[in-house]
Design a protein. Structure first.
Length: 164
């Protein structure tokens, strides 16, 4: 059943498939570490809540969100994974860095997914300020790490069960 909610942290358990046999990579940007570590906490607890074994979750770090693309490509190449969740936090500043990085990461993650025919999930916050980021990593707007984990499970299920 399609869902209309904008906050997937509240996604009901019954609509997410059992993820017991999934192998999931989680790639975390160290930039804005307070936020990305909270996204990671959310993603890990949601993966485990839906049955992914701790031993089948592989966490790696990259320096900044810009490196998520190559990091995801390296992970996809080196490991037998069913999906990769990319977690990052890009905050609008005075420079145009924000737009360059956000655009590059969105495009890059999409390309890695297509290249490896694997769900590569965009769990990257792109916010105007730090408070908005805090609101989305366990604050009043939920935890987007949870949402990225739910999305990964749903996409692996699609990958495994898609029929012509
Ligand atoms: C350089 C930079 C800036 C200005 N801002 C952010 C940010 O808000 N979030 C983030 O994840 N990374 C940022 N970076 C670092 C870049 O992602 C990248 O690590 C460097 O440009 C080196 O390639």
């Amino acid at each position: 059943m399609p869902f209309k909610k904008t906050n997937l942290s509240e996604e009901k358990t019954f609509s997410v498939k059992d993820a017991a046999h999934m192998r999931i990579g989680v790639l975390v940007s160290e930039w804005n570490e307070e936020v990305t570590s909270a996204l990671l906490t959310g993603a890990l607890s949601t993966l485990e809540k839906h049955g992914v074994k701790k031993s089948e979750i592989f966490v790696q770090y990259v320096p900044g969100s810009f490196e998520l693309t190559v990091g995801a490509s390296l992970m996809a190449d080196a490991m037998e994974l069913d999906a990769i969740i990319c977690l990052g936090c890009i905050i609008q500043g005075e420079t145009r860095h924000f737009e360059f990085i956000a655009q590059a990461v969105a495009n890059g993650i999409t390309q890695v997914g297509i290249q490896y025919n694997m769900p590569v999930i965009f769990g990257v916050l792109t916010t105007d300020n730090y408070q908005q980021a805090l609101d989305r990593c366990g604050g009043k707007h939920g935890n987007k790490g949870d949402e990225a984990a739910v999305t990964a499970i749903k996409m692996v299920d699609l990958r495994w069960n898609i029929t012509a």
